[in-house]
Design a protein. Structure first.
Length: 186
């Protein structure tokens, strides 16, 4: 397996390279899974960003999504709640995330997201696992209308053995990204 800033390639298909490393979750000393996916889409920068930023478009590519809503939205910051059906033996999961656009110009968009604790915006539901998560989308304009996307996500580990979670996490993420590529290239 090749290395890249401590990352090792864990999955690859004709469109996506998925890397993984274990690193402390921000603000803690607890080792957490950090996944980085690098891929290209035959769509322009604004189309790709719209599929990350617009609520209706997100629902077209997010795998296993049960609920998604955006609140407190402006051009550079918003809060999103999402609830996903996750394959057994894992529990359904939800996320309450705050998004911030760090850079946005005609060549590049950098968007970060991080875990938010706010019971009024997203109360924790029975039987649903709230995942503390942080990450980043980096969109880069390439030649001939292509966009290079680097997606990085870090989550606190589950109390389920990795030999069970790895396949589920990797398969769901690959399927979701492939669907994102497909819908943005239409």
């Amino acid at each position: 397996m090749s290395k890249n800033d401590g990352y090792e390639i864990v999955r690859q298909d004709e469109k996506i390279t998925m890397y993984e490393r274990w690193t402390p979750y921000p603000g803690t000393s607890k080792d957490s899974r950090q996944i980085k996916c690098v891929f290209y889409a035959n769509s322009d920068l604004s189309t790709m960003f719209a599929h990350i930023y617009e609520e209706a478009k997100i629902k077209t590519w997010q795998e296993n999504i049960l609920e998604y809503r955006i609140t407190s939205k402006n051009d550079s910051n918003w809060i999103a709640y999402s609830h996903y059906r996750i394959p057994w033996p894992l529990a359904n999961q939800d996320y309450l995330l705050t998004y911030s656009v760090l850079e946005r110009n005609e060549k590049r968009i950098i968007l970060t997201f991080s875990h938010l604790i706010d019971e009024k915006l997203g109360p924790i539901r029975d039987g649903v696992d709230r995942r503390p998560t942080t990450g980043k989308w980096e969109l880069e304009k390439m030649e001939k209308g292509k966009t290079k996307i680097t997606y990085t996500i870090t989550s606190l580990p589950l109390n389920t053995p990795r030999f069970i979670t790895d396949r589920i996490v990797h398969n769901n993420l690959m399927a979701t990204i492939n669907k994102l590529i497909t819908v943005t290239e239409k």
